[in-house]
Design a protein around this ligand. Structure first.
Ligand SMILES: *Cc1c(COP(=O)(O)O)cnc(C)c1O
Length: 220
């Protein structure tokens, strides 16, 4: 890579290389560019380079930032990658094209209601607390079969499973476990892998990688 290579080009090349090593097609992997905390000026260069899938973790921040950007780029897809409160379900369904953080029955109910009301079906990943961490979002592995059943019964389009493995230890076993859980339930989408570990996530079957700092630099 020479000095004129943009962060997005460099990242695309790394995704493509990881896909090839895994015997997968680069096009099978969706890059979700996580632009949370970064202003429109930081996002515009990526839009210019053709990136169209972006991730945000706060409903209010995403709404304020993306309403004007979407007027110029109506084909942008916005993904919610952060935790969602049930009382923001209506707003989330109106704003986002995909939700990565469906993790509890009460949110299934709230999202199903919001989707029916808006007549808009938003694909959702079920987030799994893959490392059984106390403070983390995601449903317990033991509760996943019931949550899948509830989401299917509520007619929520299932995009796949999502996880954020514990920080500071090797992520691969957690990615492999998420892939196994998905396979066990006939689910094909896997949202896993961030700036530090997206290559190993691709090796283990990620269909969506959520990358922020490798594209935008570190967050304040
Ligand atoms: C912030 C965030 C990311 C991006 O993390 P980076 O390490 O900056 O790539 C991915 N997924 C979720 C759920 C996040 O909150």
């Amino acid at each position: 890579m020479d000095s004129t290579t943009s962060p997005l080009e460099a990242l695309r090349a790394r995704i493509a290389a990881a896909a090839r090593i895994a015997g997968r097609k680069p096009a099978a992997i969706t890059l979700v560019a996580v632009s949370k905390t970064h202003p429109a000026e930081a996002i515009l260069p990526l839009l210019d380079e053709g990136q169209r899938v972006f991730g945000e973790n706060r409903v209010a921040e995403a709404a304020a930032k993306w309403r004007p950007l979407r007027e110029a780029y109506p084909d942008v897809a916005l993904h919610l990658v952060g935790q969602l409160q049930s009382n923001k379900a209506d707003e989330a369904v109106a704003l986002f094209d995909c939700i990565h953080s469906l993790d509890r029955p009460s949110l299934v109910t709230a999202l199903a209601h919001a989707m029916a009301k808006a007549d808009r079906r938003v694909p959702c990943f079920l987030q799994v607390n893959i490392g059984a961490e106390e403070q983390k979002g995601g449903c317990a592995i033991a509760d996943l079969p019931a949550l899948i059943g509830e989401a299917r019964a509520a007619d929520i389009p299932l995009a796949g499973l999502m996880c954020v493995p514990p920080a500071g230890i090797e992520a691969a076993p957690f990615f492999a476990l998420l892939a196994k859980l998905a396979g066990d339930h006939g689910i094909s989408g896997l949202s896993m892998g961030m700036s530090e570990d997206f290559e190993v996530a691709i090796q283990l079957g990620a269909t969506h990688v959520r990358v922020g700092s490798a594209l935008f630099g570190s967050r304040a």
